[in-house]
Design a protein around this ligand. Structure first.
Ligand code: PGA
Length: 253
């Protein structure tokens, strides 16, 4: 059975004090209200990973995650954070290849393949993002592009390694725009991704990989999105900054 996951991507938001408040509220609400065995991940700015982890504690359902990490092991890479550092403070998840990293920081498929390798080497779980910009969707190139993104950064992995990856499908036109993909559009793309994984690794492996949806997920649309058979949860940006909204989304799974 693949994992059900609701991950909050805080992006570059919150001060330390605000981060502490948000994490404490989310912890309290999730523990009190979210049933079932879905896991919740708080992907905070790097600076807040440790304090938020201390708030969450050794929780079996709520975890912290980083938003990026270096492809390098260590050394003269000013401003970067390594997988070993994340491991050393008990961070189990790392978002890789978010569209904002691809767009503003020039991250491409080959670089992301290296990041995936580094993260897996340190026994952390990558949350690998893929998704098409609006013009690609409008010219009907979305399936081909997303398949290519998955191939470029994941298809070098063997079956046991690829099963350790979580994939987030995030159409760029739906991120932060309030314009979410319809449940049908999300399901169609998740099925395309799963089929592509099956063509390379077989159906059993493909069926074991969690594929979560991101792009304007809200308390109002989460239930419908999460009800799709190939949608295993969500990667939530804006709505993860409010404890009540985020908890409602986590309850929808
Ligand atoms: P959004 O962001 O929920 O604000 O659209 C999602 C994401 O970027 O992961």
């Amino acid at each position: 059975m693949r994992k059900k996951i609701v991950a909050g991507n805080w992006k570059m938001n919150k001060t330390l004090e605000e981060a502490n408040v948000l994490a404490s509220e989310v912890k309290g609400m999730v523990e009190a209200e979210v049933k079932g065995n879905a896991i919740v991940i708080l992907c905070t700015p790097s600076l807040f990973l440790l304090p938020v982890k201390n708030i969450v504690g050794n929780n079996t359902r709520i975890f912290v995650g980083a938003q990026n990490c270096s492809e390098h092991e260590s050394g003269a890479y000013t401003g970067e954070i390594s997988a070993a550092m994340l491991k050393s403070i008990g961070v189990p998840y790392v978002i890789l290849g978010h569209s904002e990293r691809r767009q503003y920081f020039g991250e491409d498929g080959a670089l992301l393949a290296k990041k995936v390798d580094t993260v897996l080497k340190h026994s952390l779980t990558p949350i690998f993002c893929c998704g098409e910009p609006l013009e690609v969707r409008e010219s009907n190139g979305h399936e081909a592009l997303v398949k290519k993104q998955v191939e470029e950064s994941l298809f070098h992995l063997d079956s046991s390694a690829v099963q350790k990856v979580v994939i987030a499908y995030e159409p760029v036109w739906a991120i932060g725009t309030g314009k979410t993909a319809s449940a049908q559009q999300a399901q169609d793309m998740h099925a395309v991704i799963r089929k592509h994984l099956a063509s390379k690794y077989g159906q059993d492996v493909a069926d074991s990989i969690s594929i979560i949806y991101g792009g304007s997920v809200s308390a109002a649309n989460a239930k419908e999105l999460f009800a799709c058979p190939d949608v295993d949860g969500g990667l939530v940006g804006g709505a993860s900054l409010k404890s009540r909204d985020f908890t409602e989304i986590a309850k929808s799974i």
